[in-house]
Design a binder for this molecule. Structure first.
Ligand code: ZN
Length: 340
């Protein structure tokens, strides 16, 4: 008969989690302190899942993969605190690259503090460091998977100065991206230029505007930086906004490309059409796609794309005049070709 793992009554010393630290980052630091591997630490604390289920990669560890109750009694941190450090889930897979704040990592090193990994870097919509306001540096998800010790965090950030310069000379602005990121991560209703917007509506709008930005970048190579000329590796990501709220978007799997796309999306959502530094109208096809977004909050479409809002208005006029008759379809296609 196999005895249940005894419940650990408490570690003699537990490092305090840093602000916004990811659960797996803190666990790696605890494991390092006791000279153990992560799996061994979790086994000794009785926090491993029952049966032979393997411990997942450190950066995805959360309440589903380990026992937060056992961890709580061993660490004297509350279950709620521990659960808040768990990463958001991302399905069906993580992006190929996530971001990390190089200056945050350097600042910890300079101050002689332990290097920690932030929970906020685990969101596919995270593009900018909220502390320093600078673009996050790409870190391949497989590089994260290869980390087994807290001491390896510093080496995980790739040297990408050349690509950084490309982003800086683009119209894309880290300030705009940071503004949008804060709204997307708020998890509550937020105020946008057209009015109050629910979190789910905001991600739907971001997703559709990103789609328009990406299709414009495919058709007009002059506006695309050279790193983006190769096909954008666009993937679907469904992730948690807040507990119980899920959002789905299609975005590039590489961070630099996500930053480029979301920077442009942020610019469109933040600034009135006449104040924008690039033409965001796109092709007739993308205007038509935007015009089909009738369930957006009132005023959002007119802000994002006045031509699409005008198209909706005139289409409704035609419908009132001709109902759904052959004359309507003829008049509508004439209207569409007039916006080419
Ligand atoms: Zn930073």
């Amino acid at each position: 008969m196999k005895a249940a793992a005894p419940r650990h009554t408490g570690l003699p010393f537990v490092p305090q989690p840093a602000s916004d630290e990811l659960l797996g980052s803190w666990l790696l630091r605890v494991a390092q302190l006791y000279g153990l591997g992560l799996t061994t630490l979790l086994s000794r604390l009785g926090a491993r899942p029952s049966g032979d289920a393997h411990v997942p990669h450190w950066f995805v560890i959360g309440g589903v993969s380990i026992s937060l109750d056992a961890l709580s009694s061993a660490s004297c941190l509350s279950r709620v605190e521990l659960a808040a450090m768990a990463p958001p889930s991302c399905r069906p897979r993580w992006p190929e690259e996530l971001g990390a704040g190089e200056r945050c990592l350097a600042a910890a090193t300079d101050a002689g503090q332990p290097i920690t990994w932030k929970r906020s870097w685990m969101n596919p919509l995270a593009t900018v460091c909220s502390i320093h306001g600078t673009w996050l540096t790409p870190v391949a998800t497989r590089t994260l998977a290869a980390i087994h010790h807290a001491g390896d965090f510093g080496g995980a950030v790739q040297e990408v100065a050349a690509e950084q310069a490309l982003l800086d000379c683009e119209h894309t602005c880290a300030g705009d991206a940071l503004w949008l990121q804060a709204l997307c991560c708020a998890g509550t209703d937020v105020r946008l230029p057209w009015g109050r917007t629910r979190p789910n509506d905001l991600t739907r709008i971001v997703d559709r505007v990103a789609c328009a930005v990406m299709s414009a970048s495919n058709s007009d190579s002059a506006c695309v930086p050279s790193t983006n000329r190769r096909a954008l590796g666009i993937k679907d990501f469904a992730f948690e906004l807040t507990t119980g709220q899920r959002a789905a978007t299609s975005l590039p799997t590489r961070l630099r490309q996500r930053q480029w796309v979301l920077g442009r999306v942020a610019h469109v959502l933040r600034w009135a059409p006449e104040a924008r530094t690039f033409h965001s109208g796109g092709s007739a096809a993308s205007v038509e796609r935007l015009a089909s977004m009738r369930d957006w909050p009132k005023g959002a479409l007119a802000w994002v794309c006045p031509i699409a809002a005008e198209l909706v208005r005139r289409q409704e006029e035609l419908q009132r005049e001709f109902s759904i008759s052959p004359r309507y379809f003829k008049a509508y296609s004439a209207l569409l070709s007039s916006i080419q």
